[in-house]
Structure formats: C-alpha cells, structure tokens
Design a protein around this ligand. Structure first.
Ligand SMILES: NC(=O)c1ccc[n+]([C@@H]2O[C@H](COP(=O)([O-])OP(=O)(O)OC[C@H]3O[C@@H](n4cnc5c(N)ncnc54)[C@H](O)[C@@H]3O)[C@@H](O)[C@H]2O)c1
Length: 306
C-alpha cells in the first residue's frame, strides 16, 4: 500500500462493476477488494488485497483496515433466484448492506457509494424514468435493492454518513456472461450470430432498453466520489438512449457482416416492455456524459466471445 494514497474498499470487486472500478481506480487509490467469490467474473488480480468473505458476515469487518471510501457493488443479482429464495436474497442485499453501513459509520468514511438498480422502479409509469419516478419493485431482488437504497439514504440523514447512490440501467461490458439478468440478451444474440444462426427475439422487438457500458458507470462513480453536491442523492446512470431489441439484433448482425435475419417468437410473461433512463440529474450536477457508443462496446464484446 502506498502511504500517501487514499484507500477505497470495493465490495463485489471480482464482479463486472467492481472489477472495472478497480481497473480504473488502482493507479490513484489503494484498493481493497471484498468478495465471497460466489459469482466472480474474473480471477483475483495479483496486485491487490483481496478479503474473501461475505458482506453479511459481521466478523469479516474485523479484518478490514480503516478506509477512506467504500464502493458497494456486492449483491445477489439473480432475479429468478430472488423469487425462489427471497430470504437468501434479503440476507445478502439488505442485511449485508446494513452490516457494511455499520462498518462505514464506525470508521466514518469520506464517502459511501451504493450501486442500486433500475429494478427498484418496477413497471415504468412514464418514460424516460427520472429519479423521482415511483418505486414499485416487481421482484424480491428489486425490493431488496430498494430497501437497501433506503437504508443508505437513512444513514445519511440519521448518522450524517456521506453516502450517494448510483442507479444503473442495463450494464454490459466484455465481462458479460450469458446468464446476466440485465444484458444477457446481448450475449445470447452474439452467440447465435457467431454460430451463423438467427438471434431470437421475444415479441415484436420494439421493446426498449437503455444499455450502458460498465466503464461509463465507473465514470459516474468517479464523478460522485468527491463531489459534495452528490451526498444524499440518487443518480440514474444510463445513456438516456432507448434501443429497441430489434435494433440491438440488427447492430450485432451488422458488426458480424453476416447475412442473417432475426427470428421472432412469443413474448415472455411479466417482462417490462420499455425502460430507459433520464440522466439529466447526473449531467447537470456531475457533468456526466456516457462516452462509449453501443456499437463500440458491442464490437469489443463480439470480438471477445468465441
Ligand atoms: N449488471 C447490471 O446490468 C446491473 C444493473 C443495475 C444494477 N446493478 C447492480 O450493480 C452491482 C454490481 O453488479 P455486477 O453486474 O457487477 O454483478 P456481478 O454478479 O458481476 O458482481 C457481483 C460480485 O459480488 C460478489 N458477491 C455476491 N454475493 C456476495 C456476498 N454476499 N459477499 C461478498 N461478495 C459477494 C460476487 O462474487 C461477484 O463477484 C450489484 O449491486 C447490482 O445489483 C447491476
């Protein structure tokens, strides 16, 4: 550890957001990763302190030194698993967050950043979704992320914990996996096209999503870290651009240069039809603007997937 650098603890540091944050911040901060390795996207890097443990286990905090910043990414992110086992989901996402908040309060961190989720909004009542959109989660996962978000803001009010919330929409990156609950569709389409098969679109393909690259989420996190105006606030992080699932399929086909057409099948029950973010608050207050175009991010992923 370098003496004059500030220290940041990243929970879920071996996951998609946590690892991208580590890669970006490691030259300017001493980074400590906390991860239970239950669903890592990468192997532990050699040059970092990794604490292997569960956020909901209070004993783990005895082995963590005082840090200046906490970025809380660790979560149970599987929606189906949350429906099957809501108690496990709440244990990790709610109780785990409270344990971490208690640690943050005890050591009086400079800033606590919680990574929430667009799943907290539930079925959109208007578009684009602003931060003051009503929150009616439709899954135990959405509910646990919402309750944890409320706790983070409560700690800000009650204990003056300097906390901020980042609320990403559909994150993707080269660490994408097929079973990703948010952007798994990207991986599935690329796999099909690579195999010279048609990407399969459920419904008419006109449903919309806001796909944001993980590095742009990290960009927003960095803008929040030392911004006093961000304390006690929630920031949607997306691109503000709606992409239809058909456009996504066509873009992937065009990147491949192949002569393939998508295939349409019956819609899935309970799917949210349209979702995209208003990012006006992050633009105004943080000067945030996403840098990675969907075509660029998809090309990177297309070239990586075998
Ligand atoms: N992926 C998305 O599109 C998306 C969108 C919105 C919000 N989010 C939120 O962003 C955060 C990060 O998501 P991600 O895509 O990087 O997920 P991820 O699954 O890639 O990473 C999560 C990491 O947390 C670790 N982990 C899981 N349970 C743990 C526990 N109990 N204790 C310690 N570590 C644990 C896993 O091993 C994994 O390395 C999550 O809080 C998620 O709710 C993700």
């Amino acid at each position: 550890m370098e003496k004059d650098l500030e220290t940041i603890l990243i929970t879920g540091g071996l996951g998609q957001i946590g690892y991208h944050a580590y890669s970006e911040l490691k030259s300017r901060y001493n980074v400590i990763l906390l991860d239970d390795q239950s669903s890592p996207k990468v192997a532990p890097p050699d040059d970092v302190t990794l604490i292997k443990g569960k956020i909901q286990d209070h004993k783990i905090y005895e082995s963590i030194p005082d840090v200046d910043f906490i970025l809380h990414c660790a979560a149970q992110i599987n929606i189906n698993k949350s429906v099957e086992n809501p108690i496990f989901d709440a244990n990790v996402n709610i109780l785990g967050t409270i344990q971490l908040l208690e640690f943050a309060r005890k050591i009086n961190v400079e800033r606590f950043i919680y990574v929430s989720s667009a799943a907290t909004y539930g079925q959109p009542q208007f578009l684009p979704i602003t931060e003051d959109h009503p929150k009616n989660p439709v899954s135990p996962y959405g509910m646990s992320k919402y309750v944890a978000e409320k706790y983070v803001l409560l700690y800000s009010q009650l204990y003056n914990l300097r906390s901020s919330v980042v609320l990403p929409f559909n994150i993707y990156s080269s660490l994408q996996k097929e079973n990703d609950p948010y952007s798994g569709v990207i991986y599935k389409f690329i796999k099909k096209v690579k195999n010279n098969e048609s990407p399969i679109i459920e419904d008419d393909g006109k449903q919309t999503r806001d796909f944001v690259h993980a590095m742009d989420v990290v960009k927003a996190i960095e803008l929040i870290l030392k911004n006093e105006k961000a304390i006690g606030r929630i920031f949607n992080v997306g691109t503000g651009i709606k992409t239809t699932i058909l456009e996504l399929a066509e873009l992937i086909i065009s990147i491949s240069g192949k002569d393939i057409s998508p295939k349409f099948v019956e819609p899935r029950k309970g799917d949210i039809r349209d979702s995209y973010a208003s990012i006006e608050l992050a633009k105004e207050l943080l000067g945030f603007s996403p840098s990675i175009k969907l075509e660029e991010g998809l090309t990177e992923l297309y070239n990586k997937i075998m």
